[in-house]
Each structure stands twice: as structure tokens, then as C-alpha cells.
Write a protein that binds this ligand. Sequence first.
Ligand code: C5P
Length: 235
Amino acid sequence: MIPRPPHAGIIAALDTGSPQRAEALAEALAPHVGCLKLGLEYFVANGPAAIARIAARAPIFLDLKFHDIPNTVAGAVRSACALRPAMLTIHAAGGPAMVEAARRAAEEAGPDRPAILAVTVLTSTDAATLASTGISGGPAQQVLRLARLALDAGADGLVCSPREVPMIRAAHGAGPLLVVPGIRPAGSAADDQSRIATPEETADAGADWLVIGRPITAAPDPAAAAAAIAGSLRR
Ligand code: C5P
């Protein structure tokens, strides 16, 4: 499994469907970040071979958020492991048997297996949305419930928002790998993110990896932007 970075590490989110753009960004960013995140937009458009080309340049966070019956998720994790990703995502809401099946399937890949990260409540989901699906009590309570479920069932870590890091660390200690999007360096545009924190704040709160997209990829010089954030984390 990918080692935990000594300071919070950077995962650059390559949110594009274009293989040319992803490969250019990967080449520019690989020296400055610990991992590159590719998601459904890229995978659905370009397939596994295009993932493998990026994986040749840097460790990959394959963010496909699996959620299905345990047997199907186990098969998807096995297929994904052929691409040798460093991290994979699943939905904790799939339940303990699904999370356990994902972990077992990942272990078949041996010591270089991907970290299995569970997504709890998507940040686009508010209390009203949760209530409409029959879940009362609000997002914070649901995040904690699903975090416990996922970690007890064998997830290596969680994807969570900056504001959730302290409560998850308080409940689960230093063990779980916490991977955190919604990061904005001071002075940069919030874009469509509503609950943001700076890289330094998020690292100090106890995040292991910071997922950063547009502040890097939309910068005039993405490599310089990534290098500047990495420098601010090593202070
Ligand atoms: O450009 P930006 O830094 O906002 O990109 C953040 C990345 O993290 C995107 O790939 C987004 O899909 C992902 N993400 C997020 N919030 C979550 C889960 C994932 O912003 N709760």
C-alpha cells in the first residue's frame, strides 16, 4: 500500500475527459504531487488503457466510487487492481459485507494492493436530501455512522470534508487514512465548493492526503501551483 506521507500529501484531481490534457497534466505534475486522481469522467470516456498511461507517470487514485452487491464490487476491485492504483473508492452505504468484499478482493493483489477508501456522505448531500432517502439525524451523524461501519468492515480510510476531519480523528484516532477534497489555498476562487479550508488548516487538522483540483489544474502554471502548495505543507 502507498506509504502515508510524512506531511500531508497532495493528490491532484485530473477532472477531464481528455486523455491529451490528462497526460500533459500528469507529466507536469508528477514531480510535485504524491498521487493523481482520475474519476468516472475520464474512465468512462477512455477506458483502462488510458488509466494505465497515467499510472506509468505517478501513483493513481482511481475514484470510481463502487456501490453494488458484494460479489460485483469484489469483481470490480479485482479488475481495477490490474491497473495497480494506489487508492480506490467505494461507498460505505453499500454496507459491511460490501466493504469487506472490497477489502478481501484488494488483498488478493498482495502488498502493493490499493488502499480501500470509503465515501460516507457526499458533500452535495444536505439534511433535506438525506431525509428524502429516509435517513434522519443529519449529515454529521450519518458520516460518523458510515465511517464506523466502513472502518469496522476493513476500509483503510475515508474520503471526508475538511470540517469532518476532527470528528473522525476524535472517534477513530490516527489509524484511518483520511483523504480530503474541498481545499482552497488562501486567496484562490472557491468555485462550486461551499465548505472549504486551506491546505495548511486541513493538514493541521489531521488529513493525510489533500485532493486538489482547479487550484492546480486551472492555474496558468499547474506545476508551479502544485510546487507552491507542496512547499507550504513542508513548512
Ligand atoms: O477542483 P476541486 O479542487 O474542487 O476538485 C475537487 C475534487 O475532489 C473533484 O475531483 C471532486 O469531484 C472531488 N470531491 C469533492 N468533494 C467530495 C468528494 C470528491 O470535491 N466530497
